[in-house]
Design a protein around this ligand. Sequence first.
Ligand SMILES: NC(=O)c1ccc[n+]([C@@H]2O[C@H](COP(=O)([O-])OP(=O)(O)OC[C@H]3O[C@@H](n4cnc5c(N)ncnc54)[C@H](O)[C@@H]3O)[C@@H](O)[C@H]2O)c1
Length: 304
Amino acid sequence: MQRILITGALGQLGLEFIKYFEKSDVYVLATDIRTPSEKLSCEFEKADALDKDRLDQLVKKYKINTIYHLVAVLSANGEKNPFSSWNLNMNSFQNIVEISLDNNIKKIFWPSSIAVFGTDSNLDFVSQNPSMSPETIYGVSKLAGEKLSSYYFNKFGLDIRSLRYPGIISTDTLPGGGTTDYIIEMLNAAKNKSDYTCFLSEETKLPMMYIDDAIDAAIKLMSVERKKLTISTSYNVTGFSITPSELENQIRSRGFDIKIDYKPDFRQKIANSWPKKIDDSSSIKDWEWSCNFGIKETLDRVFS
Ligand SMILES: NC(=O)c1ccc[n+]([C@@H]2O[C@H](COP(=O)([O-])OP(=O)(O)OC[C@H]3O[C@@H](n4cnc5c(N)ncnc54)[C@H](O)[C@@H]3O)[C@@H](O)[C@H]2O)c1
């Protein structure tokens, strides 16, 4: 039986993973530095991912054999304090690796991000393995984590699996301070009939993915035999690419009369160094990834 530890479990992705696992036959221990505002459907322990001894005790106590390590400071928040962001992103990652080696953990899921790319990466259509020069501390830490994943796999056989997520769209759980957060904010503004000021310019095209596809991709990747995986850093995945003005038009075409202003801030510079479109053919080939939610299906779900 899978016995899963989730770190950063109260964030945008973590709460959705908990919801998904509720329907399946696995044991889940959720952990976070915060306490839940509502009762969760699984066990919860408060734990700082920088406290290796505490995590080690929990892994032993609950006989954990799989870890979903979701703790991170995201792209926009990371720029406010690069030193503490690097500290959290890298040292929590290293803690999980050491604990996994000490406790014979079978598999780890650790999300990377499209932030690993940069303006050298042919941003119009980013391949699996282009030149990468990330421009945020978040991207630098994700790229370092990818390289370490590959290193630990080759050195110790440690099975870390990873996806380079694009912006993830969920409206039940709120985003955690990334550069693609505008899409959720604009959708929520439409639902709530309020005005919205977008922090990116109208024509900023970025890749996105609906939350159900994000969870589905992780579960699929975690389920395949390791020998099918040809990549030990992180796999490109994507849903669809869209600009804020295209999203605005889509929202209007569904009858929402929303007033949107555009006032790009520091996040515009980050977005300018991120991909417009992603080539996810390696994921399709290696583990039969397929995306179910385009913009239409996503908006059908968001406004249902
Ligand atoms: N959401 C996205 O659009 C997106 C895109 C690409 C990659 N990712 C990656 O997916 C993962 C999860 O992202 P998310 O959007 O759920 O993030 P989030 O910011 O919503 O959640 C992170 C959680 O970590 C917790 N946390 C912070 N510091 C901690 C600590 N020291 N110890 C324990 N918990 C701590 C926070 O309380 C929060 O609940 C991250 O690795 C992120 O880089 C997310």
